[in-house]
Design a protein around this ligand. Structure first.
Ligand code: MG
Length: 288
């Protein structure tokens, strides 16, 4: 303990235990990692080459890590199952999704009967909140927008609008504000684009419960038991992942896989590092 205190500007008395733990962490440079999934760990149904090995390396090195995804096209258990198929064993509580965060938020606000615009498998995560049956255009406690994908239609969007317009007090809840993602056939609109359309039409601002909301990053950092500045977010979205993490006090690292485009690097956001892929994480760790 004596060595730890040498050269530190204490003004009387010994530091408390919490301070000592923080100092020890600084000394040993203990840090944690948050990993985006789509475009970083997998692309469609294929793993990003070397991703599994990079995650094995994090495990071996004892570096705390969690998976922070805005995916709402599948529930958390399906995310865990997909990772297992790719050879990556993770516990359900290592995966943080906006659907979980939304359920927590709705419970805290004591809101039931949400109208949920996500695929059926993910909608089941809201079952405990007595969700509004499909087709009804009144009586919602909230309008929750996720990645409905091919399920979006003019009538689905109009239903969301009508629900919002039926009562000015109904919150619009966004499961992340991702603008687009890269599917195997090219770029596709993500939840954020539909949320913006509804905000514009209904004249209200959404409550965002996924990336880049700082509260979502805060919950992840808290789960790692690390200060935000000791945590690195690795993602393929310059705004949602890199800028969002930076605004929440974390470091943001961009990968050149997934939706990455060269123009991302001249978009006003400066990542701490740019990796060719998450596979480079072990080799580039020292400079992060
Ligand atoms: Mg991504």
């Amino acid at each position: 303990m004596q060595d730890l205190l040498l050269g530190l500007p204490w003004r009387g008395g010994l530091p408390d235990e919490g301070t000592l733990i923080a100092l020890a962490q600084d000394d040993e440079d203990v840090r944690g990692v948050l990993l985006d999934l789509d475009g970083v760990v997998w692309m469609g149904d294929r793993p990003v080459p070397g991703a599994s090995e990079a995650i094995d390396w994090l495990v071996r090195e004892g570096i705390g890590h969690l998976f922070l995804t805005n995916t709402t096209s599948r529930p958390r258990q399906a995310v865990v199952a997909k990772l297992a198929r790719l050879g990556i064993a993770v516990a359900a509580d290592q995966v943080l999704t906006p659907a979980d965060a939304a359920v927590t938020w709705l419970r805290r606000e004591r809101i039931t009967r949400p109208a949920v615009f996500v695929p059926d498998a993910t909608a089941a995560e809201f079952d405990g909140l007595d969700p509004l049956p499909d087709g009804l255009e009144h009586g919602a406690g909230a309008v929750v927008i996720g990645d409905l994908g091919e399920g979006w239609s003019y009538s689905a969007l109009n239903r969301a609008l009508r629900l919002l317009m039926s009562d000015a007090a109904i919150p619009l809840v966004a499961l992340g504000m991702t603008r687009y993602w890269r599917a195997e056939d090219g770029l596709r609109l993500d939840a954020g684009a539909f949320v913006r359309a509804l905000e514009y039409a209904a004249g209200r601002t959404a409550v965002v419960v996924g990336k880049p909301d700082p509260t979502f990053y805060g919950a992840a950092v808290e789960a790692l038991h690390l200060p935000a500045e000791d945590v690195v977010m690795i993602g393929d979205d310059i705004h949602t992942d890199v800028e969002g993490a930076q605004l929440a006090g974390l470091a943001g690292v961009l990968v050149r896989t997934g939706k990455f485009r060269a123009s991302d690097l001249t978009d006003g956001v400066s990542p701490k590092a740019v990796l060719d892929s998450v596979a480079d994480l072990p080799r580039r760790w020292a400079e992060l």
